[in-house]
Each structure stands twice: as C-alpha cells, then as structure tokens.
Design a protein around this ligand. Sequence first.
Ligand SMILES: Cc1cc2nc3c(=O)[nH]c(=O)nc-3n(C[C@H](O)[C@H](O)[C@H](O)COP(=O)(O)OP(=O)(O)OC[C@H]3O[C@@H](n4cnc5c(N)ncnc54)[C@H](O)[C@@H]3O)c2cc1C
Length: 295
Amino acid sequence: MRARGRTSSFVLARGDDERALLEEFRDERGGDQVTLLGDEAIAALPVAAGTVTGAALLPLDLRVDPREAVPALAAWLSDRGVRFHRGTHVGRIESTEGAVVVRTSRGDLRGRRAVHAVGHDVDRLFPDLAEEWSVHRCRLQMLEVDAGDLRLESALLTGTSMLRYGGLSAMPSAARVRERIARESPELLDVVMNLMSTQRPDGALVLGDTHHYARTPPPFDDEHDAELLLREGARLFGRPLRVLWRWRGIYATSPRAEFLVAEPAPGLRVVSVTSGIGMTTAFGLANTMVDDLLR
Ligand SMILES: Cc1cc2nc3c(=O)[nH]c(=O)nc-3n(C[C@H](O)[C@H](O)[C@H](O)COP(=O)(O)OP(=O)(O)OC[C@H]3O[C@@H](n4cnc5c(N)ncnc54)[C@H](O)[C@@H]3O)c2cc1C
C-alpha cells in the first residue's frame, strides 16, 4: 500500500509556562524527536503574529487523511484474503471447548480465537466488563472551517493539548499551564477544550475539540462549545473563520486505563482504546494483540 501521509506536528507555546513545558519535553525526548524552533521559524508559522512565545516541531509524526486511509486499508486487506461481513450485527459471543462462536444477524462464525473491538460499545455485549473498567462515552464537538488562503502544512497543537496528551501533561510545568488557563480562561477547562487543527487536502481546516463525558450522551450538541471553539480558532490564526461543517464524535473513555484489554473467556479478547488515542495507537495495539493471541 502506498503511504500518502504528511509528516510532523507543531506544538505552540503562547506563554512562558507553555514554553518551559516544551523545553522540558525536548530535554526528555531528545532533539531528534522534539525540535524547538527559533524566532525566524516561529514568525513563519501561519498563526496570529506576535502571539507565540515558543514552538516545538515533532518531526516523527505522520498524518493521513482518514477519509482516504480507512477505505484504502479495507481494500488492501480484502486483496489479501480478509473477508468483511458488512451490515452484520454481532449479538452474542460464546466460547466453548476450544472454539469461539460469534452469533451474528447473518448466522454463526466459528474460530479458535476472536477479538471483540467495538469502540465505545463494550457495554452492549459485555456490561459487567464495561462496569468493571468504568467505560464511559466521551462526546466531542468539532468544526471544519474555511480560513481563506491560510496554508497549514503540519498539524498544530496548543497549550490546551499540553494538558491532554500523556507525554506533554507529565512534564513538571503542566501544573502551571493548567493553573494559568484556569485563571485566565476557565471556560476552556469547563468544556475540556483541546485546541488543535489540521488542514484537509481541499484547504479547509479541521478545528477540534471539546469533550463531555457520560455513560449515554444526550442527543444535543451545545452551541456554546462551537462558539468557544470558533473564538479560540480565530484567535489562534488571527483571522475570521467560517464554519463549513459541524460534527460530533464519540469514543470510549475510562479513568482506569488508556487501553482496555480483557480475556473474558478462553480464546476471546475484548479490546477498546479508552482514551481517545485509538487512531494513533491502533497499529501498535493490533500488532501486540494478534501476536499475543497467536502465541
Ligand atoms: C471526533 C473524534 C476525534 C478523535 N481524534 C483522535 C485523534 O486525534 N487521535 C487519535 O488517536 N484518536 C482520535 N479519536 C479516537 C479514535 O477515533 C478511536 O479511538 C478509534 O476510532 C477507535 O477505533 P475502534 O476500531 O476501536 O472503534 P470504532 O472506530 O468505534 O469502531 C467500532 C466498530 O464496531 C462496530 N460495532 C459495534 N458494535 C457492534 C456489533 N454488536 N456488531 C457489529 N459491529 C459492531 C461499530 O459500528 C463500529 O464500526 C477521535 C475520535 C473522535 C470521535
């Protein structure tokens, strides 16, 4: 399969505490993983002039367009003999005498091993497991916006991202960043904002996101979140943004672990990324899982 990803991300600091955090991150990971930008490179970033106090380039990050990548992956697997049973509901999974039986809306599938990977719907077939792991649903609101002629080659993360991603939030300065944001803009913490952006091939910017947690999310999206996101996006890029699309997404979350991996019966694994990093970590997790099952 041909990789058509774009590489690298920037993490922007807009305050001394955020810049200190990036320096700590560089010291921990090393210059080949985290490169701090000089003044000239910072001035060339497509964001509001004079607002950035420091920036880190993460050159190893790879970015793909999910709208292309997911169907391409499915086609690649199909070509190699993987059979997809589309439009098929799994209603029950049983494990008996060395076999796993998956009862579907189109009949039974039998095998020696099975992986049940249904994202946030673990509680549908395995309610006890979901309760044991405290699996909840995290509802995100995101926007796709028109930013005119702005060009953004890499993904862009900001101070609120530093509070979300484990590698960054583990740095000593994270507490100072959180305290300042809580003081200056508590509304961002109320909606658990992670202000970040990438550019789609057609030039539109994806702007994310806010988070709400519940076992079952309500059907309503709060316009207040969208307004905050748009306000912060316009502040970041120093230009007005026009909303093209609004959408919500849901992923699994758990206070107990970033990854749920359980073996409720011999030969059966229940797997869910319970932290919103399932796109990034899926290939590593899937590898480990299959190796473990076949061992
Ligand atoms: C808005 C948003 C932004 C995100 N941003 C990021 C990010 O920046 N980086 C990152 O790494 N991750 C991100 N994530 C998280 C990531 O998308 C998820 O962790 C990942 O998609 C989980 O993949 P999965 O295959 O485990 O589950 P899913 O993608 O949820 O797929 C599960 C599939 O199982 C099917 N299914 C469920 N129950 C049954 C059943 N009984 N029978 C048959 N089929 C069933 C569902 O229909 C679904 O197709 C984001 C998620 C959202 C919603």
